[in-house]
Design a binder for this molecule. Structure first.
Ligand SMILES: C[S@@+](CC[C@H](N)C(=O)[O-])C[C@H]1O[C@@H](n2cnc3c(N)ncnc32)[C@H](O)[C@@H]1O
Length: 239
């Protein structure tokens, strides 16, 4: 349940993503009409502006943002870390496709206790994952800790609050249609009912921006995409 916190939330979220890992990419493409690829591209572009050092994608899932980062961050190395082996093994298979040498490593690890020394990365990203963290502030503090001074922390996240006349339509689509499509595609009724509830209960874009500042980032900014249903947040770690 969305109301869960701490260990219970970690277990709930972990079980859910383990169950749907095999259909996760298909559902992303279906429910966003393929737009998630463009959002990830924009996120990767913003994350790697002025990049110095390797890149970390936290809660990387099946690795799509990490793959996009690898394309844009060349010649920097990219690491993707996720709690779940079923997600990471899919990411690793995608990363191994093709014949060119990759600068990409996928590994299992917990966002609340990242297995890296302080200041290891030039930028640290997270896509559609902060909502799922058992402790949001700790997850962000960990992202900041492993970022080197002058480096960037970025989040791409689904958020409450599509603007304008399309708001009721977007709400209907997200709360009524997506759970049905999700249930049919993944045969899991709970997972895609959790999604709209987790978004409704998440922070507003302004509140997430304030949290970015509170955990020590400066020049914090955010940018709406998809009529405000998705937001990019980014901030830089002080030198
Ligand atoms: C909605 S998916 C997002 C995956 C990917 N970032 C993307 O853009 O598609 C959320 C991911 O967060 C991961 N996750 C949840 N809690 C985590 C934690 N404590 N540490 C690391 N990963 C976690 C899940 O395993 C899942 O892969």
């Amino acid at each position: 349940m969305v109301e869960l916190k701490g260990e219970e939330k970690r277990r709930y979220v972990g079980d859910m993503f383990s169950r749907i890992a095999g259909r996760y990419d298909l559902m992303n493409a279906l429910m966003t009409f393929g737009m998630d690829r463009r959002w990830r591209r924009q996120a990767a572009r913003r994350a790697t502006e002025g990049l110095r050092g390797p890149v970390l994608d936290v809660a990387t899932g099946t690795g799509d943002l990490a793959l996009e980062l690898e394309r844009m961050a060349a010649p920097a190395e990219v690491v993707g870390v996720d709690l779940l082996d079923p997600m990471i093994s899919r990411a690793a298979r995608k990363g191994a496709r093709g014949s060119r040498p990759r600068r990409l490593t996928f590994m299992v690890g917990d966002a609340l206790s990242l297995p890296f020394p302080d200041g290891s990365f030039g930028c640290v990203t997270s896509a559609f994952s902060l909502r799922n963290m058992p402790d949001l502030e700790l997850a962000l503090r960990e992202m900041v800790r492993v970022t080197r001074p002058g480096g960037r922390v970025l989040s791409l996240e689904t958020m409450p609050g599509t603007k304008g006349v399309l708001r009721p339509l977007a709400g209907f689509y997200f709360r009524r249609i997506v759970p049905i499509v999700g249930a049919v595609v993944t045969l899991d009724v709970a997972a895609y009912s959790y999604l709209p509830r987790s978004v409704d209960r998440f922070l507003s874009p302004d509140a997430l921006s304030r949290l970015f500042t509170a955990v020590g980032l400066e020049e914090t900014r955010h940018q709406p995409m998809a009529l405000g249903a998705v937001h990019l947040h980014w901030g830089d770690k002080p030198l």
